[in-house]
Design a protein around this ligand. Sequence first.
Ligand SMILES: Cc1cc2nc3c(=O)[nH]c(=O)nc-3n(C[C@H](O)[C@H](O)[C@H](O)COP(=O)(O)OP(=O)(O)OC[C@H]3O[C@@H](n4cnc5c(N)ncnc54)[C@H](O)[C@@H]3O)c2cc1C
Length: 347
Amino acid sequence: MQRFTDVDLSAWTTLGVPARARELLVLEEEADLARWRERREAAPMPELVLGGGSNVVFLEDFAGRVVRLATRGRELLAEDDAARLVRAAAGEPWDGFVRWCVAQGWGGLENLAAIPGSVGAVPVQNVGAYGLEVGERIAWVEGVERDTGLAWRLPAAECGFGYRTSRFKARESAFMVITAVTFRLPRNEPPRLDYPDLQRRFAGLGQDVSPAEVYAAVAEIRARKLPDPRVQGNVGSFFKNPVVSPEVAERLAAHHPELPRHALPDGRVKLAAGWMIERCGLKGVREGGAAVHERQALVLCNAGGAKGADFLALARRVRETVAERFGVRLEVEPVLVGCEGVVQPLA
Ligand SMILES: Cc1cc2nc3c(=O)[nH]c(=O)nc-3n(C[C@H](O)[C@H](O)[C@H](O)COP(=O)(O)OP(=O)(O)OC[C@H]3O[C@@H](n4cnc5c(N)ncnc54)[C@H](O)[C@@H]3O)c2cc1C
């Protein structure tokens, strides 16, 4: 376990805003969990678990301990004719893990190519992209209770997975830590190509597309569409796509026929937040060093020297403008962290 005090967190998050933490622990092996518990008991303070820091916004200095999960390890647990069970430690970089699976010829996760962050964080907001949510591929999640060190294991059905949420993001983020995730990768499922960008890319090829080809296509499309956080700090989408009732969607469609809408299996309708933000003329708009990205309106980025408070001010401005124009309230996607810990929802 590595321990640092009075740490600048800007290098530990993809947004790169300055914020100090009283202490940072980096857990590199399973036994470090016990060392962390000893440290908690010796010096209690607010705590935040961190993976790759790609979905966290520090709004100010954090008067506590940041605990970064950096444990590694991945293995094939079992396989039969229908599926493979593959387990990875929480600290494994997500994209490296997906690439490793694809390189073994194991399909199932390739639609989630090139998403920053760690394996341990993917269940937290049920990471999703290009027509797949990771919860569909999770067999179970393992972890420990922070206070007691008690180990637990939850099957996917008990993880409360929903659109960009789970029980770990909502109710239990303060006392559960995820230590490993086991994925069930189907062996006989056709590639998931229903997302429009992928449909276009593979038009005419039917099912004859390999996981490696899907991985490469998704990675290439993402690189073209999304700003690279190493070049311009960001946390991906800053807002969730709002989900509304069919009545609200119809009312909106009457006034804005081009508003992209996606019917969900439960009858509700998902609306494109980026389209609404763009229609409000907010692309490129700034508050301090935080800016709405020029090409991708759903992304707020660090245009240089941004502070956490700039992102808060910009997020509020975007949310109020969209609410005035469309009557729809946008929800922030990343985790907002104040002085004492998580402060969501955005007030
Ligand atoms: C360029 C870019 C593109 C992105 N694209 C997508 C996308 O397509 N789809 C998508 O869903 N997300 C996307 N994201 C958001 C982000 O990458 C994911 O949410 C990712 O899973 C976060 O992983 P992380 O390790 O960086 O988590 P962090 O940002 O470190 O943490 C996020 C939350 O998870 C908690 N957490 C982290 N690890 C653990 C653990 N082991 N146990 C318990 N809690 C934990 C943290 O406390 C925090 O609340 C994108 C981000 C960027 C920068």
